[in-house]
Design a protein around this ligand. Sequence first.
Ligand code: NAD
Ligand code: MLT
Length: 312
Amino acid sequence: MTFHVLISDPLSEEGIYPLRQADDINIVMETNLSEAELAQRIDGFDALLVRSQTQVTRELIEKASNLKIIGRAGVGVDNIDLEAATEHGIIVVNAPDGNTNSAAEHTMAMLMGMARKIPQAYNSLKQGKWDRKAYVGVELKNKTLGVVGFGRIGQEVAARAKGQRMNIIAYDPFLTAEKAEKLGVDFGTVEDVLKAADFVTVHTPLLKETKHLINAEAFKVMKDGVQIINCARGGIIDESALYDAVKSGKVAGAALDVFEQEPMVDFRLLELPEIIATPHLGASTFEAQESVAVDVSQDVVSFVKHGTVRNS
Ligand code: NAD
Ligand code: MLT
């Protein structure tokens, strides 16, 4: 019997090779469907493969009477209604480490670009100005990087920042003194991290508990002139509180790859020259995209052949 797979966000062609090779798997790639179009299209498919753009809502799941497996080619599953999927007996798989390296590298690029005001200076130069005074930055060496969320990406960022001679202080509910010592980082509560840091980078999933973890109260605890990075999920930082904190001078810089609403519709934050941004590019490398697509494709093939998946 043929197993029908719908791919509704762009996935690497090399990455879906395991699916193309398998017998009896029919792949349909339709990556520009609106929510309503996808809802009309989904029935009859056995698998749905997405990145972060497709919202796999309860309404969509209820229309997908054949759906057995949802593959998220990436880490965050906050675009999938997990409760509804479970209720309908649908397996959800992700690619937990295929883009770790790329996301960590992007975080470092954002940290360094922000500290040295590279995007702002580039924009000024492109406008034909030779302004060296406006773009004086700060060094990373001997500064403290506060890492909130010390999982795969948080740890990779810390390792790289140590190479920049930064001190690291981290918070994660699963971080123990023993592990912190082994990794050569300090650790404490969220408040300890926010108080100590010259730069704060967040690497948690977006959950009820982490929604607006960095809010107006959190900004008050931080050092004056702190700089913030979010290459994890929009919504971990309260954007409206960030706007006020930058406006007031409390926050000297912010580097954002992810936003509360994506695609972004409200560009108010970007009116502030202290804020640099990229449109959710943390995992956008050839290597990461191939790797995450291979992971979820192999899961689908394994499910079709053996009824099991790697991370179920
Ligand atoms: P991970 O699961 O390895 O690590 C997340 C860590 O957050 C875990 O160690 C967990 O214990 C911790 N955590 C959970 N709740 C917390 C809380 N309340 N306070 C502090 N820590 C908490 O995940 P990861 O692969 O490191 O990914 C981290 C984030 O980065 C996710 O949100 C993921 O979706 C996002 N991400 C973004 C991009 C991008 O393109 N910008 C790319 C990859 C991953
Ligand atoms: C992720 O959670 O893996 C990221 O959002 C990367 C992505 O899919 O673009």
